[in-house]
Design a protein around this ligand. Structure first.
Ligand code: B12
Ligand code: SF4
Length: 649
């Protein structure tokens, strides 16, 4: 039996890559879903699955076709870890079937929240929903037994995690895939990753970057110590998360940690063989198992690594943790702050408080540890001018304590706008309101729309209901309010020169990233991975002017709000109208956002619905709001199955 696993690129199909895999401040994340499926297959007595790293090689249609002609395959596993990969899944499955229509195409990863559309609109035969190792073995066994015949749907559905269309064309789902216990989880095997490069061994270098390309490590003086090896790579030390935020897709339940002895062997191996001295911990949720996180930190230190954790919950970190981590080589912790408004944190079901944010960020800076403040989001349902001002005030308060201005903190960074990706309660919310996905064609259109999108303002889909002039003002309002608060709090205060220098360095390094050229001539705002052309400078001339001269201006921050806010808001609105009508901008904000006044007034959540004196924290969660609405619908069985896929385990 011939088996192939393929990685799927995050860029939309047929897009010219905006930046090569060898560029950027981060190394490429090893394809751990694929390496994990393969290790589990070997453990269960199967030979190595052939690997084709389409994400890394970014081959043309012709090259993909040639690969499958050269490597005949009975079963192909497509690993589409993000739902923004829809158009790629459609493209690649078509090429594979052109070569051999008998090949069974299995698709796994977060895209399978959209299994109904994937199965009906692409040439994928089977979707694996949730964790895939155990389901993958089930599939390999079944295909091996049925090499000469067609696999029967009933047998497929005996495996947990399978979504498939039955002989009558109805969607069947056997429930979310089972999760491997932590002791069975494995670290990526670089020899196997290399085998996926179809002879292009040079591409292996993309898994490593010199530390100085990265702002987080460059800011720490310990990084320059002579004895440390210079390369940086990405690592996972846990899987999953203890929370279920309403804008985040959770494909499987729970939070699992790795076996420490395997972790030790792995870091020793990369140090000895790949010149690695810096680890970028890519866990969604580092530190929730405190005992384990302490041991991980100690292990990293034992082998002289410096490290950084990019996904940490504010509520789990204490000052003692920060001290322990720093002592053991930590260069920084990045918290998912999201908002300075408790109302919005509750809508997001973050299960943290604004006080948690202050405490955890201050714990870092009080102990000389960097923590970027940029992880905010605007635009969830319930967002308003009030909640944006609260976010701004929090930024102002935090930056004033650190002694670095908001302009230096956010100069090269935009505030993300919430993206309703399939699989999230936010998506379900838009669906229930009838704004998206009312039939199969609309579902597909939606996946195509989000195939080339990112979490920036111009891709925003307005599920909030606020008028457009307010929507486009939210991020700038946060900046204005942050500067106002900062000015108020830093009167007669001596600023922190050391941190200021570090932030200047960070901004310079961020500026080298083609996605974040905020101060350069061509792209002044951030771009999506899949955008072919740079957004022209002229499209955003007002935004750029405001960012450079107004929103971080400390003199303007002293003027009354009633003068500054309308001026900035309507200048942005003027720019929006020019983009829409003269420059014919085709981004989501201009094409599908609900600009219709009637819809807007109907969908906006009223302030009193989120009033903390009348509602509980649970009432305010978007999940509860969605759940309540769900009861009003008389759902069919089909709709319920589709919804069970999109709602998460
Ligand atoms: C690596 C990664 C990326 C890479 C993807 C590169 C690539 N092509 O491989 C990059 C950096 C490009 C990326 C980008 C984005 N990402 Co991302 N990313 C991840 C991350 C950190 C790891 C994925 C992973 O490998 N997980 C580990 C493996 C073991 O778990 P897994 O992926 O769930 O795989 C299991 C199952 O899904 C299944 N499975 C997976 N593949 C297959 C294949 C087969 C055949 C089978 C049977 C089973 C199977 O089995 C696996 C083992 O149990 C996840 C978070 C996370 N920790 O999972 C987010 C995550 C996937 N990303 C997410 C998001 C939102 C994004 C962005 C949209 C964010 C943005 N900045 O705009 C962008 C999109 C890119 C764009 N269009 O511009 C979301 C996905 C939400 C969604 N609906 O798609 C996630 C889940 C984070 C989150 N919780 O919100 N991302
Ligand atoms: S946003 Fe972060 S904290 Fe929330 S569920 Fe996702 S990974 Fe967990």
């Amino acid at each position: 039996m011939n088996v192939t696993l393929c990685s799927i690129p995050a860029e939309a199909a047929n897009m010219v890559q905006r930046r090569k895999r060898s560029e950027g401040h981060r190394s490429i994340i090893p394809k751990i879903a694929i390496t994990s499926l393969n290790s589990w297959a070997i453990k269960n007595g199967f030979p190595n699955c052939k690997f084709y790293d389409i994400d890394m090689l970014y081959p043309s249609d012709e090259e993909i076709k040639n690969f499958f002609i050269k490597n005949p395959t009975d079963i192909v596993g497509l690993s589409a870890v993000v739902s923004t990969s829809y158009t790629q899944v459609k493209r690649i499955s078509k090429i594979i079937k052109e070569v051999n229509k008998k090949t069974l195409i299995v698709c796994g990863g977060y895209i399978t929240a959209a299994a109904n559309t994937v199965l009906r609109k692409t040439l994928v035969d089977v979707c694996v929903v949730g964790d895939g190792e155990i389901a993958w073995i089930g599939l390999l066994k079944l295909v091996k037994e049925n090499l000469e015949s067609k696999v029967v749907t009933e047998d497929l559905l005996k495996i947990k995690g399978i979504a498939v269309l039955d002989d009558n064309g109805n969607l069947q789902f056997s429930g979310y895939g089972q999760t491997l216990p932590g002791c069975e989880m494995t670290f990526p095997d670089f020899e196997y990753l290399k085998s996926g490069l179809d002879g292009n061994d040079e591409a292996m270098k993309n898994y490593f970057r010199p530390f100085w390309k990265n702002e987080e490590f460059s800011m720490d003086s310990r990084s320059y110590e002579k004895h440390r090896q210079p390369m940086m790579m990405s690592i996972f030390t846990s899987k999953g998360c203890v929370a279920k935020c309403t804008f985040c897709q959770r494909g499987s339940k729970g939070y699992t940690v790795y076996d420490l002895s395997k972790l030790e062997a792995y870091i020793k191996h990369v140090k000895e063989n790949y010149n690695v001295g810096f680890l970028y911990v890519d866990d969604e949720n580092f530190g929730s198992n405190r005992k384990y996180a302490y041991q991980v930190a100690e292990l990293f230190h034992k082998y002289d690594f410096l490290w950084w954790a990019g996904g940490v919950r504010c509520s789990t970190i204490t000052e003692a943790d920060v001290i322990h981590y720093k002592k053991n080589g930590c260069c920084g912790l990045c918290y998912g702050i999201e908002s300075g408004s408790q109302t919005m944190l509750d809508v997001m079901e973050k299960k943290i408080t604004v006080e948690d944010v202050k405490r955890s960020v201050n714990a870092c800076y009080d102990n000389g540890l960097y923590s970027p403040l940029v992880r905010f989001i605007v635009g969830m349902p319930g967002e308003s001018m009030r909640t944006c001002r609260e976010s701004g005030q929090l930024i102002g308060e935090l930056t004033a304590r650190i002694g670095v201005s908001p302009g230096l903190t956010f100069g090269n960074t935009d505030i993300p706008y919430a993206a309703p990706l399939i699989g999230t309660p936010l998506y379900e919310y838009g669906n229930q309101l009838g704004l998206i996905g009312q039939n199969l064609d609309e579902d597909e259109k939606y996946l195509e729309l989000t195939s080339n999108s990112a979490i920036f303002k111009r891709y925003y889909l307005n599920f909030n209901g606020a008028p457009m002039s307010e929507v486009i003002f939210w991020d700038m309002l946060v900046f204005l309010e942050a500067t106002r608060e900062w000015v108020k709090r830093t009167k007669n205060k001596v600023l922190n020169q050391e941190w200021e220098n570090k932030f200047i360095l960070a901004m310079e390094i961020q500026g080298r990233n083609p996605h974040v050229k905020a101060k350069q001539k061509k792209v002044q705002i951030m771009g999506s991975g899949g955008e072919t052309k740079d957004v022209s400078f002229s499209n955003y001339f007002i935004t750029n002017f405001l960012k450079q001269y107004v929103v971080f201006n400390t003199t303007i921050a002293k003027l009354p709000r009633f003068i500054v806010e309308p001026a900035v808001r309507y200048l942005l609105y003027f720019e929006f109208l020019i983009q829409k009508y003269f420059l014919k901008d085709k981004h989501n904000l201009h094409t599908v956002a609900t600009t219709n006044k009637k819809i807007r007034s109907k969908i906006r959540i009223r302030e009193e619905e989120l009033d903390p004196t009348k509602t509980s924290q649970k009432d305010r969660s978007l999940r509860t709001i969605v759940g309540k609405k769900m009861k009003k619908f008389n759902n069919t069985k089909v709709k319920e199955t589709i919804s069970s896929l999109t709602a998460g385990p």
